[in-house]
Structures are given as structure tokens and as C-alpha cells.
Design a protein. Structure first.
Length: 151
């Protein structure tokens, strides 16, 4: 019985599979052309409910002052927002809050009632607000509420 031992091929076999004209396997023989960047389709603008939720989140967590959002809020809602912002209800243990889920209901055209779940660490909070489309085609917040304060 003849036993045949084979050794794994190393470098000599690799040289046979190289493209012609290339001498060093670590360097390409010709400069590589950069790949064309992939074109992503343009994204639609964010929904007004998302914009306002983000804006109210920044104010109610203490990251932005109340007057930063003043031009987007109606008079009575501005008073409510000022009272709420003093307590910073969405700032939980100094963690930066994030929007977990947002939804809205449209009772009539040009009016949105919006609800959002805000998370900061393990705690979840509620945020609700109402948007009206004005005669000047600008959205304004007309009511703001948060869930009950944490114990």
C-alpha cells in the first residue's frame, strides 16, 4: 500500500492565480478608481408633528429655553409650557430623553392631536400636544400636556 502525503499549497499556488502583470500581491498593479457614491433618494420633509415633538422635548427637558420655541406656540399654550418647563418633567436623572414613539389624530383638516412616548433611561413619560395650521400656513402649538410627575 502506497501512502501519499500531500502538503498544503502556500505561496507558489497563489502566484499562479494572480492577474498577469502584477508582481507584488500586496499592491495593486493599477491605481484603483474610487467607487461611485450610491445615490440615495431624497427624503421627504419631516411631518410637523415630529418637528414639534422634538422642539417640545428640548424645552421640557431643560436643554433649550422656553423662548426658543415662542414663535411656534399660541398664547395660552405658551403659558402652559412655561409652567411645565419650570419642573423639567422630561428630564429624568439627568439623562437625555428620546422620542420612542409618536402618533397623531386629525380631528379635522389643519388640526393634529399628537401623543408621544418619551424615554429617558428606564422611565417612560407621556407628552401630548395639539397643532393648528394658521391662516399664514404655519403650524402653531395650541395645547401642551405631560404625564403626571414621577414620585
Amino acid at each position: 500500500m502506497n501512502k501519499v502525503m500531500t502538503r498544503p499549497r502556500t505561496r507558489p499556488a497563489a502566484a499562479a492565480t494572480r492577474p498577469p502583470g502584477r508582481t507584488d500581491p500586496r499592491r495593486p498593479s493599477a491605481p484603483r478608481t474610487p467607487a461611485r457614491p450610491l445615490r440615495t433618494p431624497p427624503q421627504p420633509p419631516p411631518h410637523p408633528t415630529e418637528l414639534f415633538a422634538e422642539r417640545l422635548l428640548l424645552v421640557l427637558s431643560g436643554q433649550k429655553p422656553v423662548h426658543w420655541a415662542a414663535r411656534h406656540i399660541a398664547h395660552t399654550a405658551f403659558d402652559d409650557l412655561t409652567r411645565l418647563a419650570e419642573r423639567t418633567p422630561l428630564n429624568v436623572n439627568g439623562r437625555r430623553p428620546t422620542i420612542h414613539r409618536i402618533g397623531h389624530y386629525e380631528p379635522r383638516p389643519g388640526v393634529y392631536e399628537v401623543f408621544a412616548r418619551i424615554g429617558a433611561g428606564p422611565a417612560l413619560r407621556a407628552l401630548a400636544f395639539r397643532l393648528h395650521l394658521g391662516a399664514d400656513q404655519r403650524w402653531r402649538c395650541t395645547a401642551v400636556e405631560t404625564g403626571p410627575p414621577l414620585p
